[in-house]
Ligand binder design. Sequence first.
Ligand code: PHE
Ligand code: ZN
Length: 881
Amino acid sequence: MSDRSDAPTSVIRLADYRPPAWAVAHVALEFDLGIDRTEVLATLELVRQADEPIRLDGEGLELLELHLDGRRLGEGEYILANGVLEVGVDGDRCTLATRVAVRPAENTAFEGLYLSGSRDAGFLLTQCEAEGFRHITFYPDRPDVLSTFTVTLRADKARFPVLLAGGNPDGAGDLGDGRHWARFVDPHPKPSYLFALVAGRLERISRDYTTADGRAVALHIWAEADVIDRCDYAMDSLERSMRWDEQAYGRNYDLDVFHVVATHDFNMGAMENKGLNIFNAKYLLADPDSSTDDEYRHVEAVVAHEYFHNWSGNRVTCRDWFQLSLKEGLTVFREQSFSADMNSAPLKRIEDVSLLRRAQFPEDAGPLSHPVRPSQYSEINNFYTATVYEKGAELVRMLAGHLGHQGFRKGMDLYFERHDGQAATIEDYLGALGDANGVDLAPYLAWYGQAGTPRLSAEGRYDEGKRRYRLLLRQRTPASAGQPNKQPLPVPVRLSLFDASGRALPLRLEGETQASAVERTVVLTGAEQAFVFEDIDAAPVPSLLRGFSAPVILECEYAPRELALLLRHDADGFNRWDAGQQLAGLAYDACRDGEPAGAAVAAWADALAGLFSDAGIDDALLAELLTPPGEIELVERQPERDPERIRAARQAMLRALASAIGTDALRTRYDSLRAQASAGLDAASQARRQLKRRLLDLLALVDANEGKALAAAQYDAAPGMTDRLAALATLAVTAPAAAEAPLAHFRERYDGNALALDKWFALQAQLPGDGALARVQALERDDAFTLKNPNRVQALLGTFARTNPTGFHRADGAAYRWLADRLVAIDALNPQVAARVATAFNGWKRLEPARREAAHAVVAELAGRKDLSRDLTDILARVAL
Ligand code: PHE
Ligand code: ZN
């Protein structure tokens, strides 16, 4: 990144992959750390693999010295150009040493070695994935070069009392001149992107852990003094993750220490550096007064995710960055399974699929669409996407479903055993899973190479005379950038058939002698295929894609009463919810088309009203059922997008729901939930809060005055952040004037608490309507706002552009022009963050004409600039297409 794009951007292609010409047998790094200037001595033991000169990547480095086998090289004995240091060598082995200087305090891109926090109080840390190591020293900075690392850190003892690097500690001491040193040895060969160091004033909490295979491990979580008391939940989560990976996958931790560090200055969520995970504080710190229930779950999930990478990512890493989903899709899947085990499995599935639909489906339907394994990129940082992560996890889930629980475990065991210490590919992964089970998984490879969300259409026909039900499945994937023609993919469809009373029928396929079960999985492999079920007494209602068995869009023409039947009776918690979502889709269509009193709306609202009075249903599931698809998901239900109309229709259906349930019933239930309010983190308390929030929103929709009073009271009485923030959000939407005082109170109460303030910014960035842009602009002038902090930028600008459709897509295009201006300013500081925010323009082509034109003008102008980073230029070039 950070080099401006006046140089033509080069495209990296998967097809051009070549193994490294030189391997690194060992690397010794010595750091003389300083905030303004740090010197790095790197001594590489190189081993020839091909008849080529040594080529090392390096960007933004001041080269001080270069030694080959102990001899200092003069100019003319090497070439340094375009970020590559080239040295010709005769023999097959050599030792190459470079000494360079870097400038951490000037590093606003947060890639390589940088300063978190202020010059006086902050600390130094590194971020190397994907290509940050080349900002620290000259190195073959690619994931298929694995080496053991010895790291020595030297620094002023008073300013940098804590010195950390990945690996086992190997000595520390005083240097006598006010400085001290510490050494770390990592015996596990790793690629450079997993290197990390941290140095500064940090506090810690610690715990002893013994692995299943008997290793004593010291766990340390490090954070700045003001937040160290918010790390306990992360420590508990870490211990649970380690135990779970031992039990579920037989994987043990493999070093004597494990460090986790929190920083407020981080571009992404967290990073799995070997033995030294570094976290965005947002995903590590948690306390009831400043964190919501959702945030607690995120901390647990992200701690697990990074820990699980120790095997899926670190012990077995990626051959090249095209294989990114090999570690990310797999690790997200592992994380999802862990969270499902720790919490409620159906609710977790609902959460995951909602995220996929909200973030990945739109990505895959627009100009940024790309395969889970892309075939080319110009900036790898732009491929840490919902497609690589979330869709990638769905692909692993399909494979796991195909192999069954034990088969998948056998396959994973073989994968880890066969590729331990290696840099692997997606083919290696499918090969190991397949070999362990004697099956050929090659057909699934097509899922990795093909972009776009497949449409699965299902058509059932019942033959009364033959007592047969014929289900015709068809698939089609729309064309996407660079992929005009799509192939059929293997689509596993888990299904059941229900009779009119809601009973699941035994399933016997044509040609079988007896029914096997009431649920089974059929796999559609071609473009279309019919499945015939025998012994069916009356036309059944199919429950398809149970548990969301494949990441597709289901097109099935259900009658509202059929969906209502599934919503009432489906035993698959996910499909039950999804039937409600589909029914809500029909209700939405009706509202949008001016029929709020039509049959679809009544069917949806009445079905939910029925469930509302059903005491057997879990509070959290009920809350989910009462939540129709969001404004962003609803975009795809019409060819052209007018955010105002979408919102109005959605609000209309919610009002219909509220009146179907009845204000009294809502109010009674809300009061009883409020009476039980507590700060407890147990599942039941969380579920009550979630339902309470839905009810408050519904009440406020039908009776603004009552909503205002209830929300204000809930804000004042809230025992924790979940209730407080929910009340504030409802109040701000329902009664903006009445929200002013509580908003000011919140701002004051949490002054200095960065994560709480981010929520304050984000909440206001989401408020819909005409005043939204002016509100965001006013918030930019708040003392706490800065373009230098990625979390803050995401909280205000990211939230506004991505999750406030009526505000961002205002008809006059003013918000587009404003964002373009900010993108240029952010880009000058931090290209990765600018590129991420810019993805908000992804859907511009599907806007109604006036907005489309306004957006296009802005995108085209930006895309034409020559002074932007490679990161931002890449996103704009693709979005503008
Ligand atoms: N590898 C990190 C994760 O998903 C994400 C990340 C990518 C962090 C790039 C920093 C930089 O766990
Ligand atoms: Zn990851």
